[in-house]
Design a protein around this ligand. Sequence first.
Ligand SMILES: [Zn+2]
Length: 156
Amino acid sequence: MAEQYNLALAVSMALEAREKSKAVRSGYKVGACLVGEDDRGITCYLPGYNIELSGYPPIHAEHMAYIVGEFYQLQKHYAIVVACDGGYPMCGICRQLWINVNPSMRVIGVNTAKSSPEKVVDTTLDKLLPLPYPTWRSGHENHYDIGTQEQDESHS
Ligand SMILES: [Zn+2]
């Protein structure tokens, strides 16, 4: 059965979450909305936003959304909407985090730099991170073949 969820609701929740951002150092506010299904089969829209604390690594919106999803014991992860200036969907670390959960998860970036925020990215996680570090899900026996580049004579 196809995944059914309200994308417009997810976008509005990501924008709302962004307003709660505590980007006290960078000023770069990010909001997220994770869409998934809990163990009762109910579609959930869960927020995340970034927090910058003193003496502690920044907490990314996508990371918070992951933890909230853990708390609600999501069984399926359909999509994540990320709202920020530029609409960049996830840093490399967050991509690796989420690849553990669902490589085919839909990832949507919403650019908030526009007067009217617009969707600028709509893809899947495996396209954002085509060669992830092996996950427990994929198993370490499943080594991908990263190939060997042909030696370029001009650089040898
Ligand atoms: Zn990140």
